[in-house]
Design a protein around this ligand. Structure first.
Ligand code: ADP
Ligand code: MG
Length: 240
């Protein structure tokens, strides 16, 4: 579903992705791990067309990700993204936050968007909060709204960029549980996370990124349980 082949990305003279390759099949969960500054966010942003890249190729459902605005809009409909900071609209209710994209991006009828938004808010455990304002919710609840908002656009895959890193520790579990449920229902996901317990339970495969290179990738059991590369071992020793 997502093919990343020898992708190079520079910011000015600095190469931050130095030939990254990995694939994600439909229904797979791939966790991207690695130290801060290794390029994890940049690769997600390239996949979603938020950043351009200079070499190699990214394909989503067979279609090349390039800088053509029209194909970028199509792409964003197919690949959702959930960020560390949820950025809900502060002056819209929870329900309106989730309806916004389907109505304004996809041109859906209000009634249709509202029905799906309500059922998605139920799915993330916030059926009782549809009329609340974002600032009345905890960080974990806001992130669950953000996940519902992404799902409302009916993406074929979702990219998560450290979705629990901004949360108080006691709120992390409820967000991971929503993600675990999505994975179980067959959603294709790429997850950048430092939550190794989550990765070991949910990921099918793990890619370890270091200084813009994937230095090790494989099945979750293999990479987390029996890492071959010294840099992977080092990293895991520090985060586990
Ligand atoms: P990670 O998500 O793994 O922490 P990033 O993908 O955010 O890493 O960053 C990878 C490298 O690219 C870092 O060295 C970072 O400083 C650099 N970088 C990221 N975004 C920009 C930008 N907009 N301009 C210049 N350098 C950037
Ligand atoms: Mg990052």
């Amino acid at each position: 579903m997502i093919e990343i082949n020898d992708v190079h990305k520079r910011f000015g003279p600095v190469e931050v992705l130095k030939g990254v390759s990995f694939n994600v099949k439909q229904g797979e969960v791939v966790c991207l791990i690695g130290p801060s500054g290794s390029g994890k966010s940049t690769i997600l942003r390239c996949i979603n067309g938020l950043e351009s890249y200079q070499g190699g190729e990214i394909r989503v459902l067979g279609q090349r990700v390039d800088n053509q605005q029209r194909s970028i809009n199509d792409l964003r409909r197919q690949v959702g993204m959930v960020f560390q900071r949820f950025n809900l609209f502060p002056h819209r209710s929870v329900l309106e936050n989730v309806m916004e994209g389907p109505i304004h991006v996809n041109g859906e009828a209000r009634a249709v968007a509202e029905k799906r938004a309500k059922s998605l808010l139920d799915l993330v455990g916030l059926g009782e909060k549809i009329n609340a304002w974002p600032q009345q919710l905890s960080g974990g609840q806001q992130q669950r709204v953000a996940i519902a908002r992404t799902l409302a656009l009916q993406p074929k895959a979702i990219l998560f960029d450290e979705p629990t890193s901004a949360l108080d520790p006691e709120l992390v579990g409820e967000v991971l549980q929503v993600m675990r449920n999505l994975a179980q229902e067959g959603m294709t996901m790429i997850v950048v996370t430092h939550e190794m317990q989550f990765a070991s339970e949910v990921a099918d495969r793990v890619c370890f990124l270091h200084s813009g290179n994937i230095v090790e990738q494989g099945t979750t059991d293999r990479v987390l349980g029996n890492p071959q590369e010294p840099r992977t071992r080092d990293f895991l020793r520090r985060v586990l």
